[in-house]
Structure formats: structure tokens, C-alpha cells
Write a protein that binds this ligand. Structure first.
Ligand code: GCO
Ligand code: MN
Ligand code: MN
Length: 387
């Protein structure tokens, strides 16, 4: 079995992920800066399907219109040469000092207006290059002190901005959906709408909720100590899994952005098993970066590592589904004689009468076996290659 990435696997990386130069809050870059064209070529060599970007990953914030055109022409040429596509684009609303108090939720109305203008221009750039998903990660949309902003004002400002942008996209007739990416903290002390669940609730308050879904990220739910696969399942159940950011992260640490599956492989296994079993067909986007110690050969290992681990876990999920001992345990655990099928069609006076007439023997019910220790050990042995 080959674990080499192919375009049909829909693996994507951001320019900012493989282009990360190793700078962190304590130290300077450890790798030279590569151009977007060099990064596209590197990704194509590794069998990757697509490349995503923030407006300023591609076009520097102070570029003149002529520079913008030249950069876009070169980038488009690299895409044509390699066959890579751009499935997703986004706006950098966090690096420039102007966004120190947020973008759409900043207290200064001028900053909010600039954020809207910058996003419209970035949407134009994304659409020009073929993006059909547009991500909103509100890294600076939060507070250090709650004296500074009222969370209700912030929710209204964020909602107004998204409503404005949804209406803009509709008016232009673009084939573009929005994917909101929650994160609990970093760079702000507290970021608004910190989890998948909060975002799902917020989307229902928008003017065009059908246009807006989620871009959940492994690291972000892990930072909050949550079960990422459960969050993804909730987004899927709501029809809102528009995109996904894959990486890895230990609970309770700084924002690590590790190679997919590298520190919590069991969680990664359940996630891949879920995505493959429901037939998720969107990008498998790796929003991670190589260790600060890596040179660009090692960055290529990082790219291969993300995609290989995904494909290995996909194969393990298939083995899990074919493993006769695991499957017979699951049949035993999930056995259903259909005695209570009358409850699954919902409430009716007859159903209640029938339910009231049932005699439940709790002691007998407790004797039904749930050999989850055995099941989990089999899962671990399968993952570790012992079966
Ligand atoms: C982070 C986020 C970002 C976003 C990116 C695209 O923790 O910094 O995950 O990498 O995903 O800005 O919107
Ligand atoms: Mn992140
Ligand atoms: Mn992300």
C-alpha cells in the first residue's frame, strides 16, 4: 500500500504553513523566506491538490496595483504549470498593527470599515484565483480586558460585517461560501465565539445562514480541552462542515500547530475514521507548520508526514471496519431487537401509553455486557500495528 499523496486525496496547505519561517515570540526566523511560486512548486512535488492563502501571503499589504498584477500573473502561471488549485482563501486581519484591537469588532469604526474594505478586496483576489470557500478566522476579535468591549456590541459588529459580506457575495453572483473558524485564545487573551458549538449557534442569527458554515481546527478545540471529533460531528450533523484545518496540539499547551497526528494520534484516528465514514468531500487542509529546527528539506518531510499520516489512518480505519473481532464486538454492543422501534417515530399518545406500560428491570439491564475495555484494546493494537 502506498501512502503517497495524490491530488484526488484533496490535501491542501496554506502558503503560510509551508512558508512559515520559524519566527516565534521569542526568536527570529530560522529559515529564509520562499516566494509563493517556490511554495507552489514544493507542494506540487509532494502530490498536494491545492494551496490556500491570506491576501497578504500572496500580495504584500503595501503592494501597488502593478505589483499586485505581476504577482498574481506569476502565481497563476505556477498553478497552471503544476495543476494545483486554490480551493480556499482568507483575509489577514491580524498581523498589521491597525488590527491590534480587532477587525470587525474593533472599537474604532474606521478600523471596522477598513477591515470590511480589505476583506472585499481579498474576496476578489480569492475568487479571481478560483476559491469557493472563504475562511474567517477572527484572531484579534477578542479582549484582554472586558472593560474595553461589551460582548453584545462585539456580536452585533461581527454579525453586521458578515451580513454585509454575504450580501456583497450574493450581489456579485459569486460561487463562494463562508467558513468561520473558532479559536479560544491566542493571539487575544479571549477570542469571541471560541468553539465550534458557539459558532454554530451564532450562524443561526445571520441573514444568510445557508451561506455560512464552519472551518474547525484540531488545535483550537484541543486548546480548549475538547473532543475535536465530536465538534466535527456536530458541524457535520448541522450540514456546516465546509472546510477543516488539520494539525495537532496537546491539551493545555501554547498554540503548537504540529504536524497532523504527531502528538495525539488516537484522536487523529477517530477523526479520519469519521471524515471517511460520512463521506466528507471537502479539502483536507493542513494548517500546521514544521518545527523551528527544520530546514526546507525537513519542511518537505513535514508535508509528507501530514499526508502520509492521514492516509495511514485512513487505511487503519478500513481495517477497523473489516476486523471481524472488532465488528462482532460492535454488533454485540449495538444489538437492537427492535422492541422499542415504536419510539423512533416520535411522540404520539399511543407511544406514551405503551411506554407507560413497560416494566424496566434495571438490574437485568445493568447485566447487559459492554466490553469497551476489550474494544479499546483491540483498537489500540490495530493502531500500533499488532493486528
Ligand atoms: C491560527 C489559525 C490561522 C487560520 C488562518 C486562516 O491559529 O493562527 O489557525 O492559521 O486558520 O488565518 O484563516
Ligand atoms: Mn490555528
Ligand atoms: Mn487554522
Amino acid at each position: 500500500m502506498s501512502y503517497d499523496a495524490k491530488p484526488e486525496h484533496k490535501f491542501t496547505f496554506g502558503l503560510w504553513t509551508v512558508g512559515n519561517t520559524g519566527r516565534d515570540p521569542f526568536g527570529s526566523p530560522t529559515r529564509e523566506t520562499l516566494t509563493p511560486v517556490q511554495l507552489v512548486r514544493m507542494l506540487a512535488e509532494q502530490g498536494v491538490y491545492g494551496v490556500n492563502f491570506h491576501d497578504n501571503d500572496l500580495v504584500p499589504i503595501d503592494a501597488s496595483p502593478a505589483e499586485r498584477d505581476r504577482i498574481v500573473t506569476d502565481f497563476r502561471q505556477a498553478l497552471n504549470d503544476t495543476g494545483l488549485v486554490v480551493p480556499m482563501a482568507t483575509t489577514n486581519l491580524f498581523s498589521d498593527p491597525v488590527f491590534k484591537d480587532g477587525a470587525f469588532t474593533a472599537n474604532d469604526p474606521k478600523v471596522r470599515a477598513y477591515a470590511l474594505q480589505k476583506t472585499i478586496r481579498a474576496i476578489e483576489l480569492g475568487v479571481e484565483l478560483g476559491a469557493t470557500v472563504y475562511v474567517f478566522w477572527g484572531g484579534r476579535e477578542g479582549t484582554e480586558t472586558d472593560s474595553s468591549k461589551n460582548p453584545l456590541d462585539s456580536a452585533k459588529r461581527f454579525r453586521d460585517a458578515l451580513n454585509f459580506l454575504c450580501a456583497y457575495v450574493k450581489a456579485q453572483g459569486y460561487d463562494l461560501r463562508f467558513a468561520l473558524e473558532p479559536k479560544p485564545n491566542e493571539p487575544r487573551s479571549d477570542i469571541y465565539l471560541p468553539t465550534v458549538g458557539s459558532m454554530l449557534g451564532f450562524i443561526t442569527t445571520l441573514d444568510h445562514p445557508e451561506m455560512v458554515g464552519l472551518n474547525p481546527e484540531v488545535a483550537h478545540e484541543h486548546m480548549a480541552g475538547l473532543n475535536f471529533m465530536h465538534a466535527v460531528a456536530q458541524a457535520w450533523d448541522a450540514g456546516k462542515l465546509f472546510h477543516i484545518d488539520l494539525n495537532d496540539q496537546l491539551f493545555g499547551r501554547y498554540d503548537q500547530d504540529f504536524r497532523f497526528g504527531s502528538v495525539m494520534p488516537k484522536q487523529a484516528f477517530y477523526l479520519v475514521r469519521f471524515l471517511e465514514s460520512v463521506g466528507y468531500s471537502g479539502s483536507r487542509h493542513f494548517d500546521a507548520h514544521a518545527y523551528r529546527t527544520a530546514d526546507y528539506d525537513d519542511v518537505k518531510e513535514f508535508v509528507r508526514g501530514c499526508t502520509r499520516t492521514y492516509l495511514i489512518l485512513k487505511e487503519k480505519a478500513e481495517r477497523f471496519n473489516q476486523d471481524s473481532e472488532i465488528q462482532s464486538l460492535l454488533s454485540e454492543i449495538q444489538a437492537d431487537q427492535g422492541d422499542y422501534a415504536y419510539l423512533s417515530s416520535g411522540y404520539s399518545p399511543e407511544a406514551v401509553n405503551r411506554l407507560n406500560a413497560e416494566a424496566f428491570d434495571r438490574a437485568a439491564m445493568n447485566r447487559r455486557r459492554l466490553p469497551y475495555e476489550r474494544l479499546d484494546q483491540l483498537t489500540i493494537e490495530l493502531m500500533l500495528g499488532a493486528r
